[in-house]
Design a protein around this ligand. Structure first.
Ligand SMILES: [Mg+2]
Length: 330
C-alpha cells in the first residue's frame, strides 16, 4: 500500500526533529522565512551546492535509504573539505513521490542526520515538494579564516602532487554492484566506501591551518578528471608516477572480473579524497598521515600544460580525462 503523504508542515516537522542542533553562527535556523547566519570575526563563508538524483547519483533499488541520505550530504561536504574549510550548516530541498514519503524517507533522514552529526553540520533550512521521482539539492556552508580558502588555481611548476587515502575503492564497489555481486556479505567493506564516503575534513583544515597546500580539489569524478581541473585553473601540467599511486587492492577472488587497479585509481570516481599540491620548499613539513589518513606524493606539477603518466619503465604517456562526467556518454 502506498503511504499517504504528510502535509508539508508535518513533513518539515519530521525533518526538523532529526536535526536538533543550535549553534552561535545560526541565530535563526529552520522555521522562519529565511535563516540568519552570523560569521565569526575575520572569517569567510564557503558555499557549495550539489544535486542528488535517483538513477544518476544513486540507485534506490540497491542502495539502502540510509546510505542515500548519508552520501548526499557527504559528497556536498567534501567540497567544503576541498576548500580547507570547517563545515557549519546546510540547506536541503527534496522532491519525492508519495510512495517514498514514509519508511524510505525516515531512512534517508536518519542517514543524513548521522552524517550531519559526524561532520558538525546544523540544518539551517530547506524546502519539500511532491515529485514523480526522488530528487534532492544540498547547499552546504563552511567557514575559513579570511583569505585562507584553498583554491584550485594556486599550483606552480615544481610543486609536489599529493593525494590522501586510497584511490579506486568507491569505483570497485560500483563495479561489484554493476556485476550484481553487491549482495555477497564478504564485500561489505568494499561497498562501504561507495555507500558511506568520508569527506577528508580534518586533513583539509590541517592543510589550511598550516598553509601547506598551494591548490586543492576533492576527487569526486576521478583522479584523471580532477587533476585536469587543477591544471586548467592553475595554467600548468602534471606528471603522475603510476608506481606511487595508492591504488585499491583487488581481492584475489575478484581478479577474474578483469578490473585493473591502476585504471580504477586513475579514473574511478567518488573516492572523495583530497588531491593537492605542495610547494617543494615546504615538502619537509608534509606528514605521512593526518588524523590517521595517509598522504602520498604521486607526482609533480610541470610548466608544460600536459597531464602525463610516468610508468615503472620510465615511459611517459598522455593521461586522458577518463573519470565521470554527466555530460559525456561512456
Ligand atoms: Mg569538488
Amino acid at each position: 500500500m502506498v503511504a499517504k503523504m504528510d502535509s508539508e508542515e508535518k513533513l518539515i516537522e519530521r525533518v526538523r526533529r532529526r536535526f536538533p542542533f543550535s549553534a552561535p553562527w545560526l541565530p535563526v535556523g529552520i522555521g522562519d522565512d529565511a535563516a540568519v547566519l552570523r560569521p565569526g570575526r575575520g572569517a569567510d563563508w564557503v558555499v557549495t551546492t550539489d544535486a542528488f538524483l535517483e538513477n544518476v547519483h544513486f540507485l534506490r533499488k540497491i542502495q539502502p535509504a540510509e546510505s542515500v541520505g548519508y552520501k548526499a550530504l557527504a559528497r556536498a561536504t567534501s567540497d567544503i573539505a576541498a576548500m580547507g574549510a570547517r563545515p557549519r550548516c546546510f540547506f536541503i530541498t527534496v522532491g519525492l513521490p508519495d510512495a517514498l514519503s514514509g519508511k524510505w524517507l525516515n531512512g534517508f533522514l536518519d542517514g543524513m542526520a548521522r552524517a550531519a552529526r559526524r561532520f558538525g553540520l546544523t540544518l539551517a533550512g530547506g524546502d519539500t515538494t511532491k515529485y514523480s521521482s526522488f530528487i534532492a539539492s544540498l547547499t552546504v556552508m563552511g567557514e575559513t579564516k579570511r583569505g585562507r580558502a584553498i583554491l584550485r588555481s594556486g599550483a606552480q611548476p615544481g610543486d609536489l602532487l599529493c593525494v590522501s587515502g586510497t584511490l579506486g575503492e568507491a569505483e570497485l564497489g560500483l563495479r561489484l554492484i554493476q556485476r550484481r555481486r553487491h549482495w555477497q556479505k564478504r564485500w561489505a567493506e568494499i561497498l562501504n566506501k561507495q555507500f558511506y564516503p568520508e569527506p577528508r575534513l580534518a586533513l583539509g583544515k590541517w592543510l589550511a591551518a598550516h598553509r601547506l597546500a598551494s591548490s586543492m580539489i576533492d576527487t569526486s569524478d576521478g583522479l584523471s578528471t580532477d587533476l585536469g581541473h587543477i591544471c586548467a585553473a592553475s595554467g600548468v601540467g602534471a606528471i603522475v608516477r603510476t608506481a606511487k599511486l595508492p591504488a585499491v587492492r583487488i581481492p584475489n577472488e575478484l581478479q577474474r572480473l578483469g578490473l585493473g587497479a591502476r585504471d580504477l585509481a586513475l579514473n574511478g570516481g567518488e573516492d572523495y579524497e583530497l588531491l593537492f599540491t605542495v610547494p617543494k620548499k615546504l615538502a619537509a613539513r608534509l606528514p605521512r598521515h593526518v588524523g590517521g589518513v595517509p598522504i602520498t606524493v604521486i607526482g609533480e606539477v610541470v610548466r608544460e600544460k600536459k597531464i602525463r603518466v610516468l610508468d615503472e619503465n620510465g615511459k611517459l604517456t598522455d593521461l586522458r580525462a577518463g573519470g565521470w562526467d554527466p555530460f559525456l556518454k561512456k
